[in-house]
Design a binder for this molecule. Structure first.
Ligand SMILES: [Zn+2]
Ligand SMILES: [Zn+2]
Length: 276
């Protein structure tokens, strides 16, 4: 069975609604999938409903922002109860941090003379099927920025880029995820730990934090990185997951790439959390 356990929707910065995700997953011949939006659980129940109707297996998830020694990392929380109060509080608090960083960027751009009206920004709304987030779409509509690449290359840099948000420590995230009935997995370790590599030293703080698995199969990994992650999982008895990080055409990742099969993975207790 083909699997993709890392897909974004309109609940964060992806372009697809739950219905579109299910249609695409089905068309791609994927039998088990997970929606894992950035710090958002809003689309999990509607996606579960669509998946059930389509006869697809679904694993609810969320990709939670965390911070370790000044480095932003993403933790995939699989099999969570989307209504768990502590989990909802955590993702809402992370979204508030993200929005603060965006507004602070706009304030700094305005101060530097860019024609930005923060009052208009408050009331600004955009069509979520465009992908991205509010501040990005606002800047695109004003003609200040071309696209997401341009935003990160030219605007989200010194002197406009604010201090990085103080996301919670992975240990705090892992504890909440476990309380919410889920399993915390380190997303795309090869990307998060770029510069350090996949080593016992670079991964030790995550194991100490209660991270129970690695996203070994990822768009960001070359074969050596995947192999290093798999070896580490075998050695430390960790779960093995994989997914595309597809945003439905926003950012250049494609559904089901890299190809992952259920037999490649080690889902452990998550098997019982899958809505078959
Ligand atoms: Zn990520
Ligand atoms: Zn992602």
């Amino acid at each position: 069975m083909r699997v993709d356990l890392h897909i974004h929707t309109t609940a964060s910065d992806g372009r697809w609604t739950p219905q579109e995700v299910v249609e695409r997953v089905q068309a791609a011949g994927i039998g088990l999938f997970a929606v894992a939006d950035h710090d958002a659980v809003d689309n999990l129940r509607p996606t579960a409903e669509e998946a059930r109707r389509a006869g697809l297996a679904f694993l609810p998830a969320v990709e939670i922002s965390a911070r370790l020694n000044g480095m932003e990392v993403h933790i995939l929380a699989y099999g969570i109860d989307p209504d768990h109060p502590d989990l909802k509080w955590l993702v809402e608090s992370n979204r508030a941090l993200l929005e603060w960083a965006n507004e602070e960027t706009l304030r700094r751009l305005a101060k530097a003379g860019y024609p930005i009206d923060l009052k208009a920004y408050e009331d600004y709304q955009y069509d979520p099927s465009r992908g991205g987030w509010k501040a990005l779409n606002y800047l695109i509509d004003l003609g200040i920025c071309r696209d997401v690449r341009d935003f990160f290359d030219r605007l989200y840099v010194e002197p406009y880029r604010p201090p990085d948000p103080e996301f919670p420590h992975p240990g705090e995230v892992a504890a909440v995820v476990q309380d919410a009935g889920g399993v915390p997995v380190l997303a795309h370790p090869g990307m998060s730990l770029r510069g350090q590599g996949i080593t016992p030293e670079s991964l030790a703080p995550f194991l100490e934090s209660g991270i129970a698995g690695l996203e070994c199969y990822s768009f960001y990994h070359d074969p050596q990185t995947t192999q290093a992650c798999l070896s580490f999982c075998a050695r430390y008895d960790l779960l093995i997951t994989g997914g595309s990080d597809c945003h439905g055409g926003f950012a250049n990742r494609q559904l089901g790439v890299p190809p992952v099969y259920l037999g490649d993975l080690r889902l452990g207790p998550l098997v019982e959390r899958v809505l078959w």
